[in-house]
Design a protein around this ligand. Structure first.
Ligand SMILES: [Zn+2]
Ligand SMILES: [Zn+2]
Length: 395
């Protein structure tokens, strides 16, 4: 177990500098695959601190490689995301966004600074056996930057026996960690159903096929997937977001387009949702003599932590914040994260770290949100602690 006091003391010595880096990134938010300045800033800092790295993985992605001073073949991957969101920031503090309509509304500025903080500590204190790969990824917010890095050979170029990630969590007390073994975050799929009929005169429906009746059957029909097809002890949600059709009160539309989202925590439930949504769409259309086309788009997969690595994450978090401040069996939530792709190919665990309460940022993605700098060293200490859990073998 790490000597938390010693680690925190060393981290605190650089904390002000790390907060300044975080504020700099916050002021210059960059979205999906356009994290050029952020990526350059990370590269500059790593160079300044003598840390080896490679860049240009999935465009703006970088991997910093830190070797321990004890022999060991094991390697661990620590992942931070760097991208911001397309949204308007309402904060008025000095480090608010300087880029119109872009904002670090999810705290990835904090994740990047935290990882730099940890990398610098590990470079200066390489008392471990093996290799740490600090993965700075682009495009977490919908762009699947993590998947792109994998496709560009992330784990072949930087072998990792296990991977870990950390996300800040508003509403949870500062320094409290939550995670769980198994499914933790949901898949986020979207779909478009188009109903096709002849359309026709509202006064003579017998001469037409009516997409509005198919729509009514469809909306109620697909809700039965959750109540009748998904087993009662499993979780899933299905919501319709848009319905578009028709132009005139006396003309039945020949086409209606419906879009929505489905979320769940297990691959087999995801398959079931796609299958039943497709079947019911065709059946509802057929009842009215119409046809349906279904375009089901799979988004991020469910994020599923593995047992052994979750246990290590819990111990690592407990070393930093005390076991009383770690909930290792926190219920799953319906948010998604593309770290899920890394967990499809490597064992690992995602934790969430509380950043306290503030009416302005009850949640991520709110216009008044800001990463809480109070957790910058706590998060870095967690990374150090994970390395201790993974690479503290004595040869
Ligand atoms: Zn987000
Ligand atoms: Zn996020």
């Amino acid at each position: 177990m790490i000597d938390t006091e010693k680690v925190m003391q060393a981290l605190k010595a650089h904390e002000a500098e790390m907060i300044a880096i975080r504020h700099d990134i916050h002021m210059h938010p960059e979205t999906s695959y356009e994290e050029f300045r952020t990526s350059q800033l990370v590269a500059d800092k790593l160079t300044e601190w003598g840390i080896e790295f490679e860049r240009g993985i999935a465009g703006t992605g970088l991997v910093a490689v830190i070797k321990g001073n004890r022999p060991g073949n094991r390697a661990v991957g620590l992942r931070a995301d760097m991208d911001a969101l397309n949204m308007v920031e309402t904060n008025t503090f000095a480090h608010r966004s300087t880029i119109p309509n872009k904002m670090h509304g999810c705290g990835h500025d904090g994740h990047t600074a935290m990882m730099l903080h940890a990398a610098r500590y590990l470079k200066n204190n390489p008392d471990f056996a093996g290799t740490v790969n600090c993965i700075f990824q682009p495009a977490e917010e919908g762009g699947a930057g993590g998947l792109k890095m994998i496709e560009e050979g992330l784990f072949e170029r930087f072998p990792c026996d296990a991977v870990y990630s950390l996300h800040n969590k508003p509403g949870l007390p500062v320094g409290k960690f939550v995670t769980r073994n198994g499914p933790q975050l949901a898949c986020a799929d979207s779909w478009t159903i188009t109903l096709h009929g002849t359309g026709g005169h509202g006064g003579a429906p017998e001469k037409s096929t009516d997409t509005t009746i198919a729509l009514a059957q469809l909306i109620l029909g697909i809700q039965t997937i959750i109540s009748r097809n998904v087993p009662a002890l499993e979780t899933a949600v299905l919501s319709i977001g848009t319905v578009h059709g028709g132009m005139s009160f006396n003309v039945m539309p020949s086409e209606i387009v419906i879009t929505g989202t489905t979320r769940c925590h297990k691959p087999e439930i995801r398959d079931l949702l796609e299958k039943r949504l497709t079947e019911i769409s065709h059946a509802a259309a057929a009842m009215s003599g119409c046809t349906a086309t279904v375009d089901y788009q799979r988004g991020y997969p469910p994020l599923i932590n593995t047992r052994a690595e979750t246990d290590k994450a819990i111990l690592a978090a407990a070393a930093v914040s005390g076991m009383d401040n770690v909930d290792g069996d926190n219920p799953p939530i319906n948010a998604a994260d593309d770290f899920a792709y890394m967990l499809q190919v490597r064992p690992g665990c995602n934790v969430m770290l509380g950043q306290g309460d503030d009416p302005k940022w009850k949640n991520n993605h709110m216009p008044g949100y800001d990463f809480n700098d109070e957790i910058i060293s706590i998060g870095a200490a967690y990374w150090v602690s994970i390395v201790d859990q993974e690479l503290n073998t004595v040869d």
